[in-house]
Write a protein that binds this ligand. Structure first.
Ligand SMILES: NC(=O)c1ccc[n+]([C@@H]2O[C@H](COP(=O)([O-])OP(=O)(O)OC[C@H]3O[C@@H](n4cnc5c(N)ncnc54)[C@H](OP(=O)(O)O)[C@@H]3O)[C@@H](O)[C@H]2O)c1
Length: 309
């Protein structure tokens, strides 16, 4: 039996080398050179070509190399009858937390306002709240949301988090469920989205959500473009209610040239770079999961196919 690696041929990461280093006895076959497809027992996937997993008659486990799995469900042929595991990678979590910290500090220290002032040749000091006077809200308290909260906590921000199920976390005011979304948003001057894209969270950020953020609030989206109704975001920015949007992800990627988000004075665009799976830290996690699976234990990061994450 073999492990099939379904990553894009242009992916520069040394997946095979890292896999061989920790799983020297395993046979690794990289798509599209799979040989006899019936040999593939475990599929390691990023965003496979539609239909790539079809005809793997002895496939028993699908392990995604990305934290999010929504891209897999876009393929109607994706097998939904097998255990699916998503990536929990300490390197990815550290990288995401670092990105979130950079954007939160930029918003807190008003770097976007000063950029606009610089463009206008304006020399003017703006009021600067202390960190303990600044409310930061994190949507999603999973692997990435909690890593972000941990990195932000020493700065003294007033932290809040929103999740699907209720939580108690040190130093974070925890909100859960739709009923508590608006109270959470109302106290989030800087809102960081780290939710998975599921049927429940698709288009979550609409006119009502932007209106619930405090006036002048900053929205930082590091999760998925499908979370945001872009027209509502633009309307909230143009109305002057939302102060700034920092967007790493978009409904359509790459962001089409004609999209008004590119040139909006209150939008920062980055090209889906907030965090990448690091093969060096991720592959040991994959190896642990394969060992757990073969021992009949539940792998870490098993996706609830009903909930979609
Ligand atoms: N831009 C990038 O470069 C990049 C890179 C990596 C990942 N991402 C995105 O980041 C996402 C989060 O990753 P993760 O590893 O932190 O995921 P995770 O560990 O599964 O955590 C997801 C969090 O979202 C909450 N949640 C899910 N559905 C919800 C709902 N309907 N209402 C409220 N809260 C909800 C969960 O609540 P519970 O705790 O109650 O379950 C959990 O706290 C990924 O799915 C991916 O889309 C983006």
């Amino acid at each position: 039996m073999a492990i099939g690696l379904f990553v894009h041929p242009d992916d520069p990461r040394d997946w095979v080398g890292e896999l061989h280093a920790v799983l020297p006895k395993e046979e690794i076959r990289r798509w599209p050179d799979l040989g006899d497809r019936a040999d593939i027992e475990i599929a390691l996937v990023g965003k496979p070509e539609p239909g790539a997993l079809q005809g793997l008659s002895r496939l028993r486990l699908i392990h995604c190399l990305w934290a999010g799995v929504d891209q897999l469900f876009q393929d109607p042929t994706f097998p939904r009858n097998l255990p699916l595991v998503r990536m929990i990678d300490p390197g990815l979590a550290a990288s995401m937390a670092e990105s979130a910290l950079a954007h939160v500090l930029a918003a807190h220290r008003r770097l976007h306002d000063y950029r606009r002032q610089q463009d206008a040749g304006t020399w003017k000091a703006l009021p600067q709240p202390r960190a303990d006077e600044r409310s930061v809200g994190i949507l999603g308290l999973g692997e990435l949301g909690r890593a972000t909260a941990s990195l932000l906590r020493p700065f003294g921000f007033r932290l809040a988090g929103w999740s699907r199920t209720a939580k108690q976390l040190d130093g974070i005011a925890c909100f859960a469920g739709r009923d508590q979304l608006h109270p959470f948003l109302q106290r989030s001057e800087i809102a960081v989205n780290l939710l998975p894209l599921t049927p429940e969270t698709r288009n979550l950020f609409d006119a009502g959500v932007f209106a619930a953020l405090p006036a002048g609030g900053v929205f930082i989206n590091l999760a998925r473009g499908g979370h945001v109704v872009e027209a509502d975001l633009l309307a909230a920015l143009d109305a002057g209610h939302l102060g700034q949007a920092v967007l790493d992800v978009f409904q359509t990627e790459p962001l089409p040239q004609g999209n008004p988000l590119w040139r909006h004075p209150r939008v920062t665009v980055t090209p889906h770079v907030a965090a990448f799976t690091d093969a060096r830290t991720a592959i040991p996690e994959v190896a642990h999961n394969i060992a757990r699976f073969r021992a009949g234990e539940s792998p870490r990061g098993l996706v609830d196919l009903e909930a979609g994450y």
